[in-house]
Design a protein around this ligand. Structure first.
Ligand SMILES: O=C(O)C[C@@H](Cc1ccccc1)[C@H](O)SCc1ccccc1
Ligand code: NI
Length: 186
């Protein structure tokens, strides 16, 4: 199971590389790795296990964040209401955003990152709605339309596969100035 000691921190060049496309079929090691990426999120979102293993809760984890420069990331966006099914749950491989809204969305509280220990305040403008194409661990292609929080999380993870960190998007002069018509939520 991945622990915080396995998570690469800002400054490591692997976080600034464009990750390599993944070939199919996955090797057994790659399937195990994908499982571990999702396992981290599941354990980190269980308050007792999160505390037991000293984790930071996460809704996404990209392969480069554990030092593996491959186009693979786990995303687990919990249900809006107690007991519902997750808003989005999958390991996205070779993800491509095939269309995106002109309108931006951003979290009112800004963003954090498991690989960035410091707080970086400011809005992170992202596309409020996206159409995402990706392959799952079995090589099946999916095309999904996401909006608001699941769209934000997937864009955060896909950024990791392109060597981009959340604070790259923050307006340096006016961190809490968002583009006109940005949907602020959370
Ligand atoms: O570092 C990562 O990639 C995981 C981030 C993903 C993320 C952060 C902010 C906005 C969108 C995605 C972690 O989930 S940061 C911790 C966290 C935990 C729960 C909810 C929001 C942020
Ligand atoms: Ni991150």
């Amino acid at each position: 199971m991945f622990l915080m000691k396995d998570i690469v921190r800002d400054g490591d060049p692997v976080l600034r590389k464009r990750a390599a496309k993944v070939e199919f079929p996955l090797t057994s090691e790659e399937k195990e790795f994908a499982h571990k990426l999702m396992e981290y999120l599941e354990v980190s979102q269980d308050p007792e296990l999160c505390k037991k293993y000293g984790l930071r809760a996460g809704v996404g984890l990209a392969a480069p964040q554990v030092g593996v420069s491959k186009q693979m990331a786990s995303v687990l966006v919990p249900a809006d209401e107690e007991g519902g099914k997750p808003q989005f749950k999958d390991v996205i491989i070779n993800p491509v955003i095939v269309s995106e809204s002109v309108q931006y969305g951003a979290l009112t509280e800004g963003e954090g990152c498991l690989s960035v220990d410091k707080d970086v305040p400011g809005y992170v403008p992202r596309h409020d709605r996206i159409t995402l194409k990706y392959q799952d661990v079995n090589g099946e292609t999916h095309k999904v339309r996401l909006k608001h929080y699941p769209a934000i999380v997937c864009q955060h993870e896909i950024d990791h596969l392109h060597g981009v960190l959340f604070y790259d998007h923050i307006n340096k002069e006016h961190p809490f100035k968002a583009p006109e018509d940005t949907v602020l939520f959370g």
